[in-house]
Design a protein around this ligand. Structure first.
Ligand code: HEC
Ligand SMILES: [Cu+2]
Length: 312
């Protein structure tokens, strides 16, 4: 916390980003000091009134030329490798302890917990656990930003985004939308409340949720007629969704894809884009008929049909 301008880091990702940021700052300050130092030295040494020898310009020096070129190259390569590593690590979530569903819309964040607890512009999470967010936007691009965690992710309409974090400190932190999304954008803020696991469990049980997200999704699965084709008693030739989440799916164009959140969402909204091998493309598109929140509930239901599917 020795740079007073930034909030204290309260997540693993915060420490990683802080270290990288500090290293970049140090490199920049050193280069700046060298360049401006030399400017000052030459300004003073060769000012108009001095009598220093100006008659013998020194020979071109390859030592300096090669020295500064390779030194900056090495410095930037080190920063690049370091940054790329951190990026890949941040964008490839490990196996999560807890998965939450987030819908951004003008102008609020709606958050659903697996137990069916729902909150707006507030995010309660247990300390020390790996939390994974599955995020969607109902209208325009929003961006989900928790400054104290140094975590930010755009939420783009028409596609699912995921991000993860692991808080290290209980407390209340700011949650912001950092993508200009309309007139009330500045008020699209909220709080992240990191609680001890026991307090979080108690908070969950006080929310009065009667149905888990997966159970609500199962209800929707029947209401939208999915079970008519995908159910066990169906007469339509459609794949079973049991064990689908996280598995490898063979498509009729010969490719293989991992059935992650995005694949399942696209299967519902754009069924023609990826057709499972051995099946006719008879599934109707539900694009425009199912809200983002309902899609996430159905997704939670399909995920619950393979509890071990959340593999890294
Ligand atoms: C008219 C029958 C029918 C209806 C209704 C239907 N589906 Fe499908 N669905 C299929 C068929 C056939 C396939 C396989 C061909 C394909 O991929 O399009 C499929 C594929 C899928 C897949 C990919 C499965 C895999 O193994 O990769 C998912 C996920 C899915 N459907 C979910 C749903 C959901 C959710 C609903 C309801 C909102 C729904 N389906 C409604 C017939 C249907
Ligand atoms: Cu926004």
């Amino acid at each position: 916390m020795w740079i007073p301008l930034w909030p204290a880091s309260s997540a693993i990702s915060g420490n990683v980003i802080n270290a990288l940021f500090t290293a970049e700052l140090v490199v920049c300050v050193l280069i700046l000091a060298l360049v401006f130092g030399l400017i000052w030295v030459f300004c003073i040494r060769y000012r108009h009134s001095t009598t220093v020898d100006r008659g013998h310009p020194s020979q071109r020096s390859w030592v300096f030329e090669i020295g500064w070129t390779s030194a900056t190259l090495v410095a930037f390569l080190v920063l690049f490798v370091w940054g790329a590593n951190a990026y890949v690590w941040l964008y490839e979530p490990p196996r999560a302890d807890l998965e939450l569903y987030v819908v951004g819309k003008q102008w609020m964040w709606e958050i659903e917990h697996p137990g069916g607890q729902r909150e707006i512009n507030a995010l309660h999470v247990p300390n020390g656990k790996i939390v994974r967010l599955v995020m969607a936007s109902q209208d325009v691009i929003h961006s989900f930003f928790i400054p104290a965690f140094r975590m930010k992710h755009d939420v783009v309409p028409g596609q699912l985004e995921t991000m993860w974090f692991q808080p290290t400190q209980t407390g209340t932190y700011r949650l912001e939308c950092t993508e200009f999304c309309g007139t009330e954008h500045a008020h699209m803020t909220g709080e992240v409340i990191v609680m001890t696991p026991a307090a979080y469990a108690e908070w969950l049980s006080n929310q009065g949720a009667d149905k888990t997200l997966a159970a609500q999704g199962e209800q929707l699965f029947r209401n939208y007629g999915c079970s008519g084709c995908h159910g066990v008693n169906s007469t339509v030739h459609a794949p079973s969704l049991v064990g689908l989440y996280g598995s490898l799916v063979h498509l009729n164009d010969g490719t293989t894809v991992r059935a992650d959140e995005r694949y399942i969402r696209d299967s519902i909204l754009l069924p023609r884009s990826q057709v499972v091998a051995g099946f006719a493309p008879v599934m109707p598109s539900f694009s425009g008929q199912i809200s983002e929140a309902d899609t996430l509930k159905i997704l939670a239901y399909i995920q619950s049909l393979n509890p071990s599917g959340n593999a890294p």
